[in-house]
Design a protein around this ligand. Sequence first.
Ligand SMILES: Cc1cc2nc3c(=O)[nH]c(=O)nc-3n(C[C@H](O)[C@H](O)[C@H](O)COP(=O)(O)OP(=O)(O)OC[C@H]3O[C@@H](n4cnc5c(N)ncnc54)[C@H](O)[C@@H]3O)c2cc1C
Length: 495
Amino acid sequence: MTEPSDQFQRRRAKPLIREWRGEAAGSCHRYFLTSGERPGPWPERPEVRVEVAVVGAGLSGLTAAYHLRDREVAVLEAGPHPGGVCLTEDYEGIPYPAGSAYSYYPWNEAWAAWYRDLGLNVEGAVVEPPASALHYRGQWFADCYSAAGVRGLPFPPAVREGLARLAEDLAAWEEEWDPLGEEGFSRPELDRLTLADYLERERGLPPVATAFFAPYCASCLGALPHQVSAWAGLSFLMSEFSASARIIAFPEGNARLVAALVAALPRPPLLGQVVVELHPGRDRVRLLARGASGEALCVEAQAVILAGGKFAMQHLLPPESGWQGEDFRHFRYSSYVVAALLGPLEIQAPGYENWVMEEEAFSDFILSPRVAAAGTLRAMVLYAPQPFPTGRRQLLEQPAEAQARRLLAAVARRFPEAAAAVEEVRLYRFGHAQVVPYPGFLTLLRQEGRPRPVKGRLILAHSDLAGLPCVEAAILEGQRAARRAREVLSLGEGK
Ligand SMILES: Cc1cc2nc3c(=O)[nH]c(=O)nc-3n(C[C@H](O)[C@H](O)[C@H](O)COP(=O)(O)OP(=O)(O)OC[C@H]3O[C@@H](n4cnc5c(N)ncnc54)[C@H](O)[C@@H]3O)c2cc1C
């Protein structure tokens, strides 16, 4: 509902630029930055006693809780809503993704069954082709991530041929490739190269081919082709070029998965609870959480699943847990701004996901609804990955107004009619948005299994443990953590 004060502001200043939304960074910073508050005294007794406590209600934590729903589980979430980076809002009743948007379906029958069991109609969410399109030098090129589509790109014939051969090779490798498997690692040598090196040195493609993948890499992998591992880049592109995988997207994006998981839990997540300290004991772990006004909550559990990113979890782990800061030194994170431009936007873009080449301010956008009659209210959701590693500081220091103006100017240069119709801008920031798979990172995670996912009664989850920032990684890590929690619980039961 639009409030009267909103209408008043709209008349005064168009567009209305809202304050930052998104990650609840402040609540964690309050305790975890070096100058942060001391967590304060522990309550004498635990107020909550459960079999498993889950720290973090992102997709990984919620998936873990979902697979343990026959046990006593408490999920504690620092932010005001569950979902982590899977966020949604609506504009005058039009839902749009304000974070994570789409996924691939089905990889196999097990994935299809998982979605079905959650009551999600994924068949109905398969996006109409073309799933993607490229905006380059004032023109749209539909279906840019397919062997046929790359042949239509405005590059020299040899480049088009080279890209088409790459697309065919990726389709052939799909059979042997398991991006999220715990064992095995086909073609590990590709993790030593950057994607740019692979394209240019190994495949002899010119820099324009690397530039073609730049918006994709920045948006999906948190860094540019000359910064990300070729193995990681090719794994992601394999899904895009796949002949069998299809893209599924709900109007609310992946927040629909979050809603389905939360609805299936016997107890809702405890929101606004920042877990600030952990004390692992022989039979139990105690954890201390702080609510929005600093009030303490003590939870005792037989096993604890740590489903927040390692950037936050390293502050929680006491030395006796067996994990050291050193274990987490290798995890690097990119930052993100998602901007919803709202109004009766006049814009046509052929893809579900629309990639914009040679644009520094943003990499891609999704329209909600995708097709609309003139004058219809819509959301143009811009994805604006922030340069690694400086982006995070800029996000904390930059006013929302400055970021919104920069994005609006960029949209106005390319799509002036859409920019002119924007009535409201909502900005969402994510400081530690995605783990960056730089060369060697995936090898490190797989070779040594570092950091080991279970120590005593503490279990690590979160998509960053897979080294690839995607919803499938979060779901698989959540499922693995649930299995490990059962093993921990069964030790106690056998006594
Ligand atoms: C803008 C954006 C767009 C994306 N789009 C896509 C996409 O379209 N498709 C795709 O496959 N992937 C996408 N991704 C990546 C994918 O969505 C994520 O990898 C995945 O959702 C992460 O889930 P998670 O549970 O691992 O982590 P998170 O979502 O990071 O959840 C972790 C949770 O832990 C909480 N937490 C942290 N510390 C504490 C604490 N001390 N106490 C309590 N709670 C705590 C956090 O508040 C957070 O809610 C996108 C990511 C971003 C940022």
